[in-house]
Write a protein that binds this ligand. Sequence first.
Ligand code: HEM
Length: 455
Amino acid sequence: MALALKEVPKAPGRMPLLGHAAALGRQPLAFLRSLRSVGDLVRVDLGTMPVYVVTSAELVREVTVTQARAFEKGRLYDRVRPLVGNGLATAGGEVHRRHRRLIQPMFHQTRIAGYADTMSNRARALADSWSPGQIIAVEQVMGELAIEILAETMFSTDIGGPAVEAVRRDLPVILKNMLLRAASPKLLDHLPIPANRAFDAASRSMRQVIDDVIAGTRRSGPSHQGDLLSVLLDARDADTGEALSDEEVRDELVTILFAGTETTASTLSWAFHEIARHPEVEKQLLAEVDEVLAGRSATMEDVPRLAGVRRVLDEVIRLHGVTLLMRRTTQEVSLGGFTVPAGTEVAFSLYALHRDPALYEDPDSFDPDRWLPDRRKAPREAFVPFGAGTRRCIGDAFAWTEATIVLATVLARWQLRPAPGHTPKEAASAMAHPDHVPMEVVPRGVPLPARRVGG
Ligand code: HEM
């Protein structure tokens, strides 16, 4: 017989009024990981709001796939809705289904082949801009690159020029303050502090400039260059023939910018860091890149041939993935032997799932070869870096193509060495992204000085 919700075990360390907010604020990633040993379903109090965290691969699958119909997006998404509107990530029910159907073709493999030229050209331009011995802040450089690539694939026309610039300027400000906003009470949004003012100004400016580009493109007609904006404006519902309104198009563009930049930039930054720390992995990877590319930039055709790059990226994303996703029940469900009533906030951490020692041997070690076909052990539902079910990431193939092309194109020309003075640490926002990754760029073929491994 199913047990009542009040029987769900509570995470230790609860404090009056704050609940577990202090523990979550201090060491979010360690806290999320600690929940697995408490149970498959664990109660965590965010202030006075209880959230039920599912910690096993089976229950994550139930929430995202098997029983997905009984869930909508939860509180985290309510708090970002004023900014991203009712875009794909926040919309629910019929609106989500309709938009997903309309937008899916833009992320079809044949479209991504078109975007791949932008990825390749931008990666080459970046590699060309470096000089030997230069120290770069990898997380910043990768952040800018991801924004440029997305902005250029969205607005390929001249009208899009100012939008690319505005997104480059405003998006980092918004991303920096976004999680803070999502986690803090609504009441604080209007305090006239610099963080709020910067956030409000940046989000206003970005939405405005995107609105201007949409209006301009409507006037001059879609570019037919296959950019995301033109495809969105052209999209028609297969059943009703209906198009998206300008506001819906803007919300989708802003959503894609949010969902597609920090995630990809963080993955690439950790990849450069982990590769430099693991000389054996680096050696094999450079051999593969040289064999496939022979010094040129990577293209779409190269992606399937770069199997070692893929294993490195899989391992990076396993170790440093999406920290916390939320849902809310729309009807009563049975979850892990408990009866969960409608309106309950439910959460899960892909980061914690991917480091579960019951699923991954030596889960904290970076070992790309664990993804070799004969060594793969974890069941399929235990590796879900892009989520699962109807809310699975729509940009997974885009992200993978981009990360593979950028990594291989840079490694064909440069080796990145950790610069002394700072060891990157995980900071929790949407992803477990690195705080700062200073690295020195060294041309390939130059003998490297003896280096310290570790850190
Ligand atoms: C390494 C890079 C990326 C990771 C790890 C990632 C991860 C995820 C995850 C886990 C979800 C599911 C969220 C949930 O279930 O609540 C998601 C949704 C989404 N992602 Fe990504 N993502 C990445 C890159 C991208 C890119 C490049 C784009 C766009 C170009 C994108 C667009 C989206 C959108 C629009 C959604 C919402 C889909 C829906 O609800 O129908 N993502 N992503």
